[in-house]
Design a protein around this ligand. Structure first.
Ligand code: HSE
Length: 386
């Protein structure tokens, strides 16, 4: 069979990892696809840095915009990132010409997923985005294929490796937030703009895609209530520990009575629960289906090798001719979601207040909003006994 020809746009941490896998496991991959994967062009603004892989045998394209014009390409691997600019332009140009896209770009799909999926369908192209959610965990494939016989009512988990790494290190070593964030950046976990990680935006991008796949609805990033981890103090972490809990940034999407609630926020989870045991840059995703019941998948959620592993899995699927709708069903069958009011969620809460605030029994009865009005600078986290 003729080779499956790709171009790679963006040779940062993940892009270099993709080349490394395609080189190291070339024979294995060819035996699984019955086709050779050929890198027809590579592209990055920086052509000089040593990325730990041999790039001398590949053709450098001068400008990512031009990649869609290369004749005979089967797919473009977009690893530039960002919801606008080159990544968006390139995806539209490629899909418009019937060239498939493989991407780790959750921001792009959270903002433009519906439009790009429609464009792909119209032009007979496909979009692989396994690497966009939960790094090396094959959760997109699990939802689109492995669990396709189930009605799913709930999906939740730890979706950001950087935050989990930071929270784990703060608890284990007592280190400061800023120092640990720097370490996470050095390890290649954090986004180019790490505020996306620590403010929960990256996890929200991922949750948006999971919600769409799980419930068959159009992705809608704006509908996610998002809170990050930057206000969590060492004292919160120690207090949680004292009560038998750990703090984790969770993405949670549930469907009840036809309405969907979505949130990303730091929560207290029991230290001895499955999620409590997921540490470091690991992610975990729980799915509850009506027949399969609970499924838990865990693995490295960030970093060069796990993320590149997911990118290569998509390339292999495309080379094999696998054709599944981007969000599990064709775009004309994706429903417009009805969102539940997240403020209605009944839960236990952890509340930190300044000064010597006392929470009386009478105050406990008044509801969270009214209670926190009475406290000085309250900081609130949900307690999730999931
Ligand atoms: N910055 C992301 C994370 C990378 O830390 O999870 C993987 O999507």
């Amino acid at each position: 069979m003729k080779p499956f020809r790709i171009a790679i746009a963006g040779l940062g941490t993940v892009g270099a990892g993709v080349v490394e896998i395609l080189q190291s496991n070339a024979d294995l991959i060819q035996s699984r696809t019955s086709r050779k994967i050929e890198i027809a062009a590579i592209c990055d603004r920086d052509q000089d840095s040593d990325r730990g892989v041999d790039l001398s045998c590949y053709e450098w394209a001068g400008d990512a915009h031009g990649l869609a014009d290369i004749g005979g390409l089967d797919a473009i691997v977009e690893l530039i990132g960002g919801s606008q600019g080159i990544a968006y332009d390139l995806a539209k140009a490629a899909l418009g010409k019937g060239v498939s896209i493989v991407t780790a770009n959750k921001a792009l799909l959270a903002h433009h997923g519906f439009e790009l999926a429609s464009l792909a369908e119209t032009n007979g192209a496909r979009i692989g985005y396994e690497a966009a959610v939960a790094g090396g965990i094959p959760i997109i494939k699990a939802l689109r294929e492995g669990l396709a016989g189930n009605d799913i009512n709930c999906i939740y988990g730890i979706l950001n490796g950087t935050c989990n790494y930071i929270l784990t290190a703060m608890r284990e070593t007592g280190a400061d937030f800023e120092d640990v964030l720097k370490e996470a950046q050095e390890k290649g976990y954090a986004e180019a703009d790490p505020t996306f990680d620590v403010d929960g935006i990256d996890a929200a991008h991922k949750l948006c895609l999971l919600t769409s796949l799980a419930f068959g609805v159009q992705p809608d990033f704006k509908a996610i209530e998002t809170k990050g981890i930057r206000d969590i103090t060492g004292a919160d972490i120690r207090a949680a520990q004292k009560f038998g809990y750990k703090i984790k940034l969770l993405g949670i999407a549930k469907r009840q009575d036809g309405k969907i609630s979505q949130s990303v926020e730091p929560c207290l989870v029991p230290a001895d629960s499955s999620l409590g045991g997921v540490e470091d840059s690991y992610n975990a995703v729980f799915v509850e289906g009506d027949f399969v019941e609970k499924v838990l998948m865990t693995g490295r959620g960030a970093g060069r090798k796990p993320t590149a592993s997911a990118v290569v899995a998509d390339i292999i699927d495309l080379a094999k001719g696998l054709d599944v709708p981007v969000f599990g069903v064709k775009t004309d069958k994706l429903a417009k979601p009805v969102w539940a009011d997240a403020g209605q969620i009944k839960s236990c809460y952890y509340i930190r207040a300044a000064g010597d605030a006392q929470i009386t029994e009478e105050m406990e009865q008044v509801g969270l909003g009214a209670l926190t009005d009475k406290l000085d600078s309250p900081y609130i986290m949900r307690v999730e006994d999931l």
